[in-house]
Unconditional design. Structure first.
Length: 263
């Protein structure tokens, strides 16, 4: 694979292995303590680089060593996060610690001052992006919830988008990760040690991250992903909300899970 010379100089003599965890379309290579993420040029790829720079010193995010664009692709060379993914066995086998870790991560995100945040991911922009995704065939219908479309669900993505426009909730703006799933959060014990995959990070409703975290927990504990531990008997859906100190909002949970079907 072609790699820009400026990046090749930084990874020379390093052994390489690839990463196959997560749902991203990017190709990820490990070079010792460095990670190279290669993906098609896009607004998300640009935003990830921008937000990693913006959040340096504010949150535990990877350090950017180099960023290049060539042949219609972006090449992001960054540091490796310390600790383990939240979907690792040690966390999956202890749901209380896992939910404490995830709640801490959400609170860290929400504590960041968004006054000068360079990325606006609120619904006025997200719904337009969803419309673009539909028009350009970018909705992956093979990776949606089984009841989203078809009998008892929406006829097609266009009908879902119409419903989303008709049911826009009131937003509580915070710094949102935008894809707050277990593989994107790293921890050491019950302390968050890193956030990755920041392409959708920016100002958005706090319930966006809560909803995607809630869904990710449900999927992982149902055994939906082969890389997870077996479901633990100690998990229940109230754990995350107890750690956050808030009551579940079923309407917002459903809204943001449905919105994510179009991304």
């Amino acid at each position: 694979m072609f790699i820009p010379e400026s990046i090749q100089r930084l990874i020379v003599e390093e052994k390489v292995k690839t990463d196959d965890i997560g749902m991203s379309n990017a190709t990820v290579f490990f070079y010792g303590d460095k990670i190279l993420k290669v993906q098609e040029c896009s607004a998300e790829a640009e935003n990830e680089h921008r937000m990693m720079q913006y959040l340096r010193g504010k949150l535990p995010v990877p350090e950017v060593y180099a960023y290049e664009k060539a042949d219609g692709k972006t090449f992001l060379l960054m540091s490796k996060c310390e600790g383990h993914m939240a979907c690792d066995t040690e966390y999956m086998q202890d749901p209380a610690v896992l939910c404490r870790l995830l709640a801490e991560g959400l609170k860290k995100l929400w504590s960041v001052d968004i006054t000068d945040c360079p990325s606006d991911q609120r619904l006025i922009h997200k719904l337009k992006q969803a419309e673009y995704n539909i028009q350009n065939g970018l909705v992956d219908l093979d990776n949606v919830e089984p009841d989203t479309f078809g009998e008892g669900g929406f006829r097609d993505p266009e009908e879902l988008l119409g419903w989303l426009y008709d049911h826009v909730p009131e937003e509580e703006p915070v710094l949102s990760h935008g894809d707050y799933c277990l593989p994107n959060v790293f921890g050491m014990g019950d302390r968050v040690s890193g956030f990755i995959d920041l392409g959708r990070t920016g100002v958005a409703d706090k319930w966006c991250d809560i909803a995607l975290c809630y869904r990710s927990l449900s999927h992982n504990y149902s055994g939906a992903y082969g890389y997870t531990a077996k479901p633990s008997a100690g998990y229940d859906e109230s754990l995350l909300f107890r750690e956050l100190g808030i009551e579940p909002d079923p309407e917002k949970l459903r809204y943001y899970i449905l919105l994510d079907e179009l991304f």
